[in-house]
Write a protein that binds this ligand. Structure first.
Ligand code: ADP
Length: 208
């Protein structure tokens, strides 16, 4: 995916945040204001469902063992593999990234909305995203809050959430890359909604 790949008349916002920060919640609120939401995680998941565009290349690269009985990527096995083997992670990314790029581009091009929000969990980590968006919006909160939320939402253990946090960019790295930060700690959803509304006004207000 290159910079021209996301060319659109709309304001392009890259939305990111650590696991459990409230990134998806903020994305949903921006969509309520009229933004088109392009969810790169969802795209990646759909590519690896039965019949997904990434499945043939995954079978070629990793063998049929990584495919479950329904024909989908066996996510748990793949997670174990890439956790233990950095070269497997790179091979998987080499398959997925171009396909995610194409679908991202297709969805952005199909949008007539004034704002397109790209929900990219690893925006700061990947490096290539910054040039593709006009603004980076980071949703931030304490690690303890991230852990609490993901345990409540997904039933994961605290250790499992911590392991994901440890693999992601630090809060400081994310904040350093941000054009705006939403601090989503100890605030009720109504306050989060108000903060997103204020940001929407600020970023979509005509200059003159
Ligand atoms: P992410 O996409 O960053 O992993 P989510 O948006 O899914 O995070 O939020 C994680 C969980 O925390 C969800 O269940 C969401 O409803 C909840 N949540 C997010 N922000 C708040 C908040 N300010 N107050 C209460 N619950 C919140």
């Amino acid at each position: 995916m290159d910079a021209a790949g996301l060319s659109t008349a709309a304001l392009r916002i890259g939305l990111t945040g650590g696991i459990g920060s409230g990134k998806s919640t903020v994305g949903g609120l921006l969509a309520r204001h009229g933004a088109t939401l392009v969810d790169t995680d969802l795209i990646a998941r759909e590519l690896t469902l039965p019949g997904g565009a990434a499945i043939p290349a995954i079978v070629t690269a990793f063998g049929a063992d990584l495919i479950d009985a329904c024909g989908a990527l066996d996510r748990a096995r793949m997670r174990d593999l890439v956790f233990a083997d950095a070269s497997a992670k790179r091979r998987l990314e080499a398959i997925l990234h171009p396909l995610i790029g194409l679908e991202t581009q297709r969805q952005a091009a199909a949008s007539a909305a004034p704002v397109v929000v790209f929900d990219v969990p690893l925006l700061v980590e990947s490096g290539r995203w910054r040039a593709l968006v006009d603004k980076v919006l980071v949703v931030d909160c304490l690690e303890a809050t991230q852990i609490e939320r993901v345990v409540a939402r997904s039933g994961w253990t605290r250790e499992a959430v911590q392991a994901v946090i440890d693999q992601q960019a630090s809060r400081a790295q994310r904040r350093a890359a941000a054009d705006a930060v939403i601090c989503n700690d100890a605030i009720p959803l109504a306050e989060l909604t108000a903060q997103v509304g204020a940001l929407w006004q600020r970023w979509t207000r005509p200059l003159h």
